[in-house]
Design a binder for this molecule. Structure first.
Ligand code: FAD
Length: 437
């Protein structure tokens, strides 16, 4: 079988903080993909699958050859049981959501955006919010993986369960996921309720919010006492759609144009960050509306930023947040973007940051081009000290030695990696740091 052509190209991730000018292969069939992997193994070359490039870490940059699955984008089809769907892994969440809506189905929960590929989102443990909802990987019922030896392997909770527990949040380290079967739910409408709440009240009542609502998150503006609490709950009908004008104002003007302007000003004059945050707090106004679930969960993000996110045991959130506030107050690096707090249910993927524990997710952001390292690293130290686990796709500085103590099944994951990819065809500098050589 012939190899797919290898073309040279410049690549950068969404945030622009990861770049490379390596080779790209775009196989069109599983046979071409298998041939490429066998070639890489024999030639001592390394490959990394790249999705939509929405990770902030170098996880998708790879070392040598990037593989894009866009050439293998087959059709989404119904799965073996009701409300399951088979999805080519290179499909974006946006494409999947459209298909699901047309078939009266939906994913039960989603993160903030829909630009990621299904394969990429699952590989890093991408999640939304909701105390009773796991991340996207917890919706996987079966996946198909092409290993370094070019062999196709299918796994599920009952077929090769160890491979399944490892490969659902697989970091791209075990093989190329070509197809995923996902558990869906009947299409639903969400009612979104967003309102400003003083920080002290949000912190005091957050557990209650999480217990009483299906999906809850809050944004805190550093240097202020302002939070915006977002609650999304299932509604019987789409009876309160947002007008086009209001949607344009909220999603385009406030969340993108105005936010971008404020960030640019703060980057140019960092000392103005607290005053700019107080100005932004005025844009926190109550809104209440309904829409198709994926349209409520996700919003366009045009202001570019870098991000660090930690999954903490739920009970550790107050301590982590208190330390975060001290860090923000002390840090010479002025923070230009809000802090986001979400929650999620525990799951069973060995390297999922939510592995077997309910979590609070603490995410911090900085506008591109503004200094962030000291701030991010101080928050990382605080979160790591509270038994936190970093998001694999978001900036962090942890290495294999420290991560081994954070994940009870870390050694089992490494054993699967050794079995499937002894020659490290899927190796790259990021994986060498977080998993070891
Ligand atoms: C604006 C923005 C908003 C975000 N919002 C959220 C959020 O709400 N919640 C959240 O949890 N995360 C969020 N993220 C992070 C994002 O979801 C993850 O980084 C995700 O992995 C990106 O998917 P991707 O398709 O771009 O994958 P890439 O970043 O291209 O790749 C990520 C990893 O997946 C691997 N991979 C990709 N496809 C395959 C495959 N088919 N088989 C094997 N491995 C594969 C790659 O090798 C790499 O290791 C956000 C990121 C951005 C930029």
């Amino acid at each position: 079988m012939s190899l797919p052509p290898l073309t040279r190209r410049r690549w950068r991730n969404w945030a622009g903080n990861q770049r490379t000018a390596g080779e790209l292969a775009r196989p069109r069939t599983v046979a071409e993909l298998a041939a490429l992997l066998r070639y890489a193994g024999a030639a001592g070359r390394q490959v990394t699958v790249v999705g939509s490039g929405h990770s902030f870490t170098s996880i998708a940059r790879g070392a040598d050859i990037q593989i894009a699955l866009s050439g293998m984008a087959g059709a989404i089809t119904r799965g073996p049981t009701p409300r399951t769907v088979r999805v080519p892994a290179g499909t974006t969440l946006r494409q999947l959501n459209r298909w699901l809506a047309a078939h009266q189905l939906a994913l039960p929960n989603l993160g903030d955006i829909d630009a990621q590929t299904v394969g990429g989102a699952i590989a890093t443990g991408t999640h939304g919010t909701g105390a009773r909802f796991g991340g996207l990987a917890s919706q996987v019922v079966e996946l198909t993986l092409v290993g370094a030896d070019g062999e196709v392997r299918r796994c599920s909770a009952t077929e090769q369960p160890d491979l399944f527990a490892a490969a659902t949040v697989g970091l791209g380290a075990l093989g190329v996921v070509t197809e995923v079967t996902l558990r869906c739910v009947a299409a639903f409408v969400l009612h979104a309720d967003e309102r400003p709440v003083p920080l002290a009240q949000t912190l005091a009542e957050f557990d209650e919010y999480c217990a009483d609502n299906e999906h809850v998150e809050f944004y805190w503006l550093p240097y202020t006492e302002a939070t915006l609490v977002k609650r999304n709950n299932r509604a019987a009908t789409d009876s309160r759609p947002m007008t086009r004008l209001r949607a344009w104002w909220e999603n385009d003007v406030l969340q993108n144009v105005a936010l971008g302007g404020v960030c640019k000003a703060g980057r140019a004059v960092p000392a103005a960050a607290p005053a700019l945050a107080r100005l932004m707090a005025r844009a926190f106004t109550p809104v209440s509306y309904t829409n198709r679930s994926d349209r409520i969960f996700t919003t366009p993000r045009r202001v570019r930023f870098v991000e660090l996110e930690y999954a903490l045991p739920r009970a550790a959130l107050p301590a982590a947040f208190a330390e975060l506030r001290r860090i923000v107050a002390r840090s010479p690096q002025r923070v230009l973007l809000p802090v986001e707090v979400r929650v999620g249910a525990g799951d069973d993927s060995w390297l999922s940051p939510a592995y077997q524990r309910n979590c609070a997710y603490l995410a911090i952001h900085q506008y591109v081009g503004a200094p962030y390292q000291g701030y991010f690293q101080a928050v990382e130290r605080a979160c790591a000290g509270l038994d936190g686990r970093p998001h694999w796709g978001k900036l962090h500085w942890r290495d294999a030695e420290s991560l081994a103590t954070a994940y009870p099944r870390f050694a089992d994951f490494l054993a699967v990696r050794d079995r499937l990819d002894p020659g490290r065809v899927f190796g790259n500098p990021y994986l060498a740091r977080v998993l070891g050589p």
